[in-house]
Ligand binder design. Structure first.
Ligand code: ADP
Ligand code: MG
Length: 237
């Protein structure tokens, strides 16, 4: 049984249909990546999974249970945690307070210290900047903080929406390395990216989203080597 399953999911914004019959699975332990052009519906897919956007059709199953209409905060309790597009760091709160917000919905508060340790080991910069206001951190640091905050919920499924967006090259490499590390520590990852090269090379499996529909799927390697994918998403003719 897949950890996450979307079955013919549709989402509308008013009259605009952003997703049409999207079906995909994420197995326990995988990194699955969703690539696609601007406006393809990647963020909408993440919002549907985290419960920020209601479905207009289809179902979402997590760990065998239908969560299609479950409240967003209760999805966090079940184990789905999101690092949103554009990071969403609370600018007036310190790094430490931002991380505390990530742990807010947890029932098992006893392992908090352990998880804070995990976050500080993955992102030593956050440990050095514990008392700095989130809004004064650099773009790369805020991205680290957003991922760290999502990890503080001790998720079973981590949703990452364009973690490399707007980052300097040395931060991009670092973020992708850390995503692999998080996965190797046992967290299942669904990764949305425009940086298809990096995302496909890190992913076990991938889906291509085109104007609200899944057009292709395969292993990361299969899609990396595919001529039409290369042309459309990897900037290689
Ligand atoms: N809040 C919104 N209101 C209306 N349309 C939206 C809204 N958010 C996204 N859309 C539309 O839904 C489609 C998918 O957007 P999005 O999921 O953000 O794409 P992506 O993340 O792949 O760039 C786009 O056509 C976009 O214009
Ligand atoms: Mg997006």
């Amino acid at each position: 049984m897949a950890l996450l399953e979307l079955s013919t999911v549709s989402v509308h914004y008013g009259r605009i249909q952003a997703l049409s019959d999207v079906s995909l699975t994420v197995e326990q332990g995988e990194i699955v990546t969703l690539i696609g052009a601007n406006g393809a519906g990647k963020t909408t897919t993440m919002r549907a999974i985290s419960g920020i956007r209601p479905l207009s059709g289809g179902t979402i199953t997590f760990d065998g249970e239908d969560i299609s209409t479950l409240r967003a905060d209760l999805r966090v309790v079940r184990g789905i945690s999101q690092s949103p597009e554009g990071r969403g760091v609370f600018p007036g709160m310190t790094v430490m307070e931002n991380l505390d917000m990530g742990a807010y919905s947890r029932k098992d508060r006893k392992n908090l210290a352990e998880d804070l340790d995990r976050v500080f080991t993955l992102f030593p910069r956050l440990a050095e900047r514990k008392n700095q206001a989130g809004g004064t951190m650099s773009g790369g640091e805020q991205q680290m903080l957003a991922i760290g905050r999502a990890l503080m919920a001790r998720p079973r499924l981590l949703l990452l929406d364009e973690p490399s967006m707007g980052l300097a090259p040395q931060f991009i490499q670092q973020i992708f390395r850390i995503i692999t590390e998080i996965n190797e520590q046992g967290t299942t990852v669904l990764l949305v990216e425009q940086n298809a090269q990096q995302a496909l090379s890190r992913a076990h499996r991938a889906y291509v989203l085109e104007t609200g529909s899944i057009s292709r799927t395969g292993t990361g390697q299969e899609l990396l080597n595919d001529a039409s994918i290369k042309e459309a998403y990897l900037g290689v003719a």
